[in-house]
Design a protein around this ligand. Sequence first.
Ligand SMILES: Cc1ncc(C[n+]2csc(CCOP(=O)(O)OP(=O)(O)O)c2C)c(N)n1
Ligand code: SF4
Ligand SMILES: [Mg+2]
Length: 284
Amino acid sequence: MNQANLATYSQSTWCPGCGNFAILNAIKGALAELHADGLATEDVVLVSGIGCHAKIVDYINVNSFYSLHGRVVPAAEGIKLANPKLKVIGFAGDGDAYGEGIEHLIFAAKRNIDITMIIHNNRVYGLTTGQYTPTSPLGFRGRSTPQGTSELPINPLEVILASGASYLARGTSHGIELLKSIFKEAILHKGFSLVDVLQVCVTYFNMYEYYDKHVYELKDHNSQDYNQALNKIREWDYNKEAAIALGVFYKTDNPTFEERFLADKPGEVADKDSIIKELLKKSV
Ligand SMILES: Cc1ncc(C[n+]2csc(CCOP(=O)(O)OP(=O)(O)O)c2C)c(N)n1
Ligand code: SF4
Ligand SMILES: [Mg+2]
């Protein structure tokens, strides 16, 4: 399986220049490289929400499941628990993940369930034509707020770090190589991983120039250190004029939800083979 045969016959309906193309190319590159390293493509399941981002699963020749708006996480969690051997990758919009579905993200991070969430954070509702989302800046003018919003955005990475995520990173749709390497690492990470992608929506919130001017890659950052991660995550709050760090903020090794859930006693950790045996027994 290489990048070319991960393509499908579906015709893309994204606007020319949309940042989703970069995410698509990066994830196809990451999956092709993981396949070359031994990951069977049939052991990967993609899950998407509803929005422009969600169409990504139509364009990748891998098993996938279209869920509901705001419900990517519970669908992905269900798939993972039904078969812990699978690598489950969720694609969600910022409206999808940080608005209607944020409670699911918080609890998935709290549980440290071993799934990967990729957030297409264009900071706008793209599919429904330009309403504001939880990460739109103060004063954002869109279809539902022609005079500008009166609310500050949330810093989603701060919320998810505080909730217990064991892997947190950020990339942009103007940096495919960085995105690809982050996606690979997030997929291989054991536990809950989330990648916030500053994906530009050229039609409703074109931030290419702004991001190009403000982003920098993390260097000399200790991603094992919670407080360093928190400080870096707080450097830019999705609103103020500040440098925007890209790369891996936080990475730690904690027992996963499925290891604890399937162990005999609370606090114990089951090994992977016994997880699969237990599940097979429970499903009879
Ligand atoms: C339960 C539910 N609520 C609301 C909608 C309407 N809806 C569909 S897509 C969407 C916004 C999508 O925005 P986002 O998640 O940011 O994705 P994008 O289109 O920007 O990729 C909304 C509100 C819906 N389909 N289902
Ligand atoms: S509306 Fe925005 S997010 Fe949706 S396809 Fe067009 S550019 Fe991309
Ligand atoms: Mg969006």
